[in-house]
Design a protein around this ligand. Sequence first.
Ligand SMILES: *Cc1c(COP(=O)(O)O)cnc(C)c1O
Length: 427
Amino acid sequence: MKLYNIKENDEQVSFGQAVRQGLGRNQGLFFPSELPKFDDVDALLAEDFVSRSTKILSALIGDELAEDQVNSMVDAAFQFPAPINQVKEGVYALELFHGPTLAFKDFGGRFMAQSLAAVSDGGKITILTATSGDTGAAVAHAFYGMEDINVVILYPKGKISPLQEKLFCTLGKNIHTVAIDGDFDACQSLVKQAFDDAALREEIGLNSANSINISRLMAQICYYFEAASQLTKEQRENLVISVPSGNFGNLTAGLLAKALGLPVKRFIAATNENDTVPRYLETGKWDPKPTVATTSNAMDVSQPNNWPRIEELCQLKGWGLDTLGKGKVSDEQSAESVRELKAQGYLCEPHGAIAYRLLDEQLQEGETGLFLCTAHPAKFKEVVDEILGSDIDLPGPLAKHAAMELLSEDLANDFDLLKDVLRRAQK
Ligand SMILES: *Cc1c(COP(=O)(O)O)cnc(C)c1O
């Protein structure tokens, strides 16, 4: 597999390099130089999740890894299903929360851990990642206990759900969690500074497991195919998919699935009040505002780091950005949609409800709608209970971690202090 740096096109890397490096020069994102295209998508969809995903990922990775190695990686990473669930006539929820940390990021995180192990040159590796919640949990669990890999996770103090915090800040061993005095963008900016520091990067074998890592996006392509495989041929020819978006990795993966041949009529870029992208699609002006805190906090991102990949792909494919559906949903509106879904017999948390609402508004006659449920409702128990006046049950993994002690350290938003933490994590 060959990839190039979107900002500095002459920088070309292999899959292994892209996985190890995360970002290219000048913080440029890597993008595949060539995208395979599946001509017989129906045959591909007839396969089971693991063998189909092996074919997709193998076609992308090419000669660099043998197909049976990719098969064992997929087998180890995708040990849970991605079922669709009808919520009303013509509208389906794609449940991406059946993994160990109950959010879609388990797919990418676990496949990335497999990829990194497969392409490692045996040196020291430090994973540094910023999270607004779910990435941290998925990455922490995916890498927990792996030898020679240290993980440092930054998150905005007090801005993620207490339960989410418990899920990944209680592990210990090679997982170090740091609560930063600032918002998610501040955490992301600290990560960028660390990657800009060549000496530090070298010293500790820095690697990011953010959604900028290409292996995570590649894994996410697979569940779009998995969703389509559960629909009839007629339904999937008129498919509209609504994606609740923060850093826009999930939507990038959906568009890549389409580029590989999955028939998707339209995607909807759904955000909360952090609506940089919907405003951009409306006005053509990129004008991020300060991040605001919402009840769908995994989407509280005003400078989405995967957006350049979407522009690149749309440009390559000749897809006008105006073909993307879009919209933003307020906390009040998403609460309303959580209640509406509950009345239809479906329990959903605010991220999924945002995608549902815009899908429901924009779906046209004869189309089939799919919205991504990115997290288990119990992962946002506080919010969901408040909206519904309920007391929903915690599934096993969450209940176990909720009872454990927090192991995070607090840190000011200061790069020098972070460097100390990174060096200490080596010991
Ligand atoms: C990360 C996350 C999102 C946003 O996904 P992106 O790929 O960053 O756009 C949405 N919902 C939940 C629950 C998440 O954890």
